[in-house]
Design a protein around this ligand. Sequence first.
Ligand code: PMP
Length: 406
Amino acid sequence: MTEELRAEFPILATTVGRKPLVYLDNAATTQKPRCVLQALADYYEQANANIHRGAHYLSRLATEQHEEARRIVASFLNAPSPDEVIFTRGCTESINLVAQTLALSGMIGAGDEILVSTDAHHSNIVPWQMLAERTGAVVRPIPLSEELTFDRAAYERMLGPHTRIVAVPCISNALGMVHPVADIIAAARRNNDSTLILVDGAQSTAHMPVDVQSLGCDFYAFSGHKVYGPTGTGILWGRRELLDQLPPWQGGGEMISEVTFERTSYNTLPFKYEAGTPNIAGNIVLARALQFVQQIGLPQIDAYERRLTTRLYDGLQSLGGIDILGPREGRGALVSIVVPGVHHYDLGMLLDQMGIAVRTGHHCCQPFMQSLGITGTTRYSFALYNTEAEVDAALAATERALRMLR
Ligand code: PMP
């Protein structure tokens, strides 16, 4: 099964020097299967034109494919309507869209609290700080427990009359724990029905099923390139009432209904948030990537990747002298480590020389690193095409590298 799947990803045949590439940097970006690469070529060979309002055949074809892509994304997320699916440049832009339109809306005021988990990515911290700067709101970090899991008790104590926004990653990219998002949302709703809840799905969308309706969040954001799709694509799903209520944030073509120099009226959803020519090819191909994932099955992918993650976790633990961030259970498809006395960058460089691609550094989670008193970690992250043999190769290479460094 995996061998057949791997054959669908041409880049996995890469060698680094004379070593076969073992690509374990999937949390940063995933590789692309042939069906995705083909869909990109097909679009430009057969359908390329600007979309909407075109009177000609190609424009109608491209428009139909683009709006079909939106329907595919809506169905992938179990969104009530494709109108609630906004195409963006990525997860970062999706979160900025929410934060900036909220800043413009007047819905956030002085003293309002924005709760963000300590292990959030910078893209789920800085946009809220920018919103806070403009409105007088305050960003408050939700602490992690001592064992580095989401601290539910501390979170519940933080909820109160001023809580206005809760923003959490479903899976944190530097730590790898799956946060109890459904419970986080339920507690926020118990506290105050109108708290706005954004789930950052950047690290979960390729690894576990998502259903925005049963989750009960207000916004869900993710990037296409971490789900086997192209870079420069992303999705913001938002509840219709909110998307209707919030103002547009970028002006231009497509987002308008009528323009005069005296007054402009705005388009309906989803176009109100999509000024200018979108990434037509990218959005169509992103939908193809989601279909690819669905054909394999997210529950199957999740179960398979969990086996790889546990094998790596246990293997690293048995090497000794390694601090693995967070417990063995309840994690996504990644493991982050700190080796006392060894700089993460040196370890990453030696692993690279052995063909193993990992990520080192702060992973855009500086506040989380500061909370641990470290500057960075070495992170191994999986995708559906990784194998047990690759886990073993990574373990053997890590053991060798650490022997050289210690
Ligand atoms: N949130 C999380 C949890 C992430 O891991 C990332 C990417 N590392 C992002 C947001 C931002 O994604 P992008 O850079 O694709 O916009």
